[in-house]
Design a protein. Structure first.
Ligand code: FAD
Ligand code: AMP
Lengths: 322, 246
């Protein structure tokens, strides 16, 4: 039976939420395949490492070094390759983050593995896995089967459930003797402590309907009361109103939050491509025929300059009285 | 310096994608193909590197005969030479594509390779980084700022919540993300010159695919969204929905 590894990612010493989705998936697949899985993480001190046990992990291998706090492509690659061989792993599960998009192709080369990226569904069929993944930025899906002995699946964040299952977890620390110096992260420039659109469970996006850059404060305020992140259409990124890191869509970020609120965004096909897998979509647009309403679960066909301030106000009152 | 740029040919991003009735393929009817948007950044960065450090820019594509038009576009922007590695296969897995490209890049002794961060057809984000491993080059992915000084490269890669400043050395593969540059338009002179430039061709030797493509499907259509109103009177209802959905 193919054994499984669940790759876990930390940032600032805290395991990312999307990694629990990976652990939970590994747990489910290991049960269905009558197999076993091990979780693996790199870093120095990891505050919530024990939490892996709340999602079904019985073992987590912790490759430890103060120098491995930042991503080191070759160090991560080599340690994982060794672990995969030693533990006789066949299936590698990872969350499709920026780090993993860099790491997974490296592993694929050295394992001569099929890389199935950004899956939105993985099921067991007989003794094999069948994965569904969006293509053409979500305008279609394909169902695929890897044919190689080693198989790497990366999963889209916030799609697979992180299901609780308490296990007694064993943490196995392995000190990393050397950390590669040929590709080195010298500095991490944080974008002013803000939540990233790709990771937020609520996203409030603004488009050209906001008329000018300064009006984005309406979007920022709504995002703030909801504890969400700010997103943007390409039109406003191209206009220089917002940074590209906030762009949602085919040539921006792909997001699948619980709630996506599109304000003054027409819903061009390239924008829909980046957000149509969101769980609940809300549109505020004064044009009732705007294509965004075709994918929205709920909408208000009105003027955002009237609606947004009122919405923020009522939410602020409502949420503070909870 | 020999600079290689890998480019892909993809359906225009405004294309409507339809699945054939047998669910076994994507309909090619009505699709217009174009240069992958991220690969424009790769071409531009290749040209800038040539302008700074000298050398020539060589563009490569794995695909069908009609992709020559896209290669020609890169030549019009200023690339010196093109190669089409011919394959008519509908969908190739990333590692197979990367191996075909790596073989050609190796035989031409390139010391730097630029690719896009992702093809907007199958959205794998894999080929560039795979190339680096296959060639034994250092690689940095998702790069939004790039500079080279002698053998030393400084690149900024976009990650969740910020950027990582990465130092590495040649030979290297860089996968380009929007923000790295503003791609130039082909000038009339460039377009004329491109007509005289060489596009080499060779048949791809495609091994058995690592992935079996079982079926294709269209996304589920949303069943009737609900318009709550046309003004502020709809806000209380929306507040209720938001509280429920959180
Ligand atoms: C290669 C390529 C890649 C692309 N990639 C992306 C991408 O990644 N992401 C992306 O978003 N786009 C992308 N686009 C661009 C896309 O085609 C659209 O041009 C863009 O999404 C439009 O942005 P918008 O909705 O903000 O603007 P518009 O289309 O101009 O829409 C503005 C909307 O605001 C509404 N509005 C105006 N005033 C008000 C008001 N007072 N109250 C309420 N509503 C109001 C209008 O009714 C209208 O629907 C891409 C295009 C190309 C060619
Ligand atoms: N068939 C191809 N021919 C040449 N280059 C390609 C091909 N497919 C992908 N690439 C390059 O690899 C990058 C990443 O593509 P992908 O891994 O397919 O998302 C693209 O932006 C191109 O630069």
């Amino acid at each position: 039976m193919k054994r499984i590894v669940a790759f876990v990612e930390q940032r600032d010493g805290v395991i990312k939420g999307s990694s629990f989705e990976v652990i939970s998936l590994a747990n489910r697949l290991a049960n269905q395949l009558n197999s076993e899985f091990v979780a693996v993480v790199f870093g120095d001190q990891i505050q919530n490492i024990e939490n892996a046990g709340n999602y079904g992990a019985e073992r987590i291998v912790h490759f430890k070094s103060p120098e491995a706090v930042n991503y080191s492509p070759k160090t991560y690659r080599d340690a994982l390759l060794e672990l995969i061989k030693k533990e006789e792993i066949g299936i590698i599960l990872m969350s499709s983050t920026a780090l993993v998009k860099d790491l997974a192709p490296r592993l694929a080369v050295h394992l001569d593995a099929a890389l199935v990226s950004d899956c939105t569904d993985i099921n067991v069929s007989g003794e094999e896995l069948e994965a569904t993944r969006p293509i053409f930025a979500g305008k279609a899906f394909e169902v695929v089967k890897a044919k190689t002995p080693y198989q790497i699946y990366t999963i889209r964040p916030n799609i697979f459930p992180a299901e609780k299952e308490s296990k007694q977890i064993k943490i196995e620390e392995i000190p990393l003797a050397t950390v590669d110096q040929s590709i080195v992260v010298q500095e991490v420039k944080k974008s002013s402590g803000k939540l990233d659109v790709a990771e937020a469970s609520i996203v409030v996006s603004g488009g050209r309907g906001l008329k000018e850059a300064s009006n984005f404060k309406l979007i920022e305020e709504l995002a703030e009361v909801l504890g969400g992140a700010v997103g943007a259409s390409r039109a406003v990124v191209d206009a220089g109103w917002r940074p590209h890191s906030e762009q949602v869509g085919q040539t921006g970020k792909t997001v699948s939050p619980n709630i996506y609120i599109a304000c003054g965004i027409s819903g061009a096909i390239q924008h829909l491509a980046g957000m149509s897998s969101s769980k609940t979509i809300i549109a505020i647009n004064k044009d009732k025929d705007a294509p965004i309403f075709n994918v929205a679960d709920y909408g208000i066909a009105g003027d955002l300059f009237e609606i947004l301030p009122e919405l923020t106000l009522q939410l602020r009152k409502g949420l503070s009285s909870e | 310096m020999r600079i290689a740029v890998c480019i892909n040919n993809v359906p225009d991003t405004s294309s409507k994608i339809n699945v054939e009735a047998d669910n076994k393929s994507i309909s090619q009817k009505g699709l217009t193909f174009t240069l992958n948007p991220y690969d424009e950044f790769a071409i531009e960065e290749g040209l800038r590197t040539k302008e700074k450090s000298g050398g020539e820019v060589f563009v490569l594509n794995v695909g069908g005969e009609s992709n020559k038009e896209t290669i020609r576009k890169a030549l019009a922007m200023g690339a010196d030479e093109g190669l089409l590695i011919k394959s008519n296969q509908f969908e190739l897995d990333s590692l197979t594509v990367a191996k075909l490209l790596a073989e050609e890049i190796k035989s031409r002794n390139s010391s730097i390779v630029f690719t896009g961060k992702q093809s907007v057809d199958y959205d794998n984000s894999a080929v560039g980084t795979m190339l680096g491993e296959l060639l034994g080059f250092n690689s940095v992915s998702n790069v939004v700022a790039f500079s080279i000084d002698g053998e030393t490269i400084t690149a900024e890669r976009e990650v969740e919540g910020g950027r990582e400043v990465v130092k590495t050395t040649l030979p290297a593969v860089i996968t380009c993300q929007k923000g790295i540059n503003e791609p130039r338009y082909a000038s009339l002179k460039g377009i004329m010159a491109a007509k005289k430039k060489v596009i080499l061709e060779k048949e791809a030797n495609v091994p058995e695919s690592k992935i079996q493509y079982l079926s294709y499907k269209s996304p589920k259509a949303k069943s009737g969204g609900q318009i709550l109103g046309a003004d502020v009177t709809a806000v209380p209802e929306l507040v209720k929905i938001l509280k429920g959905a959180r």
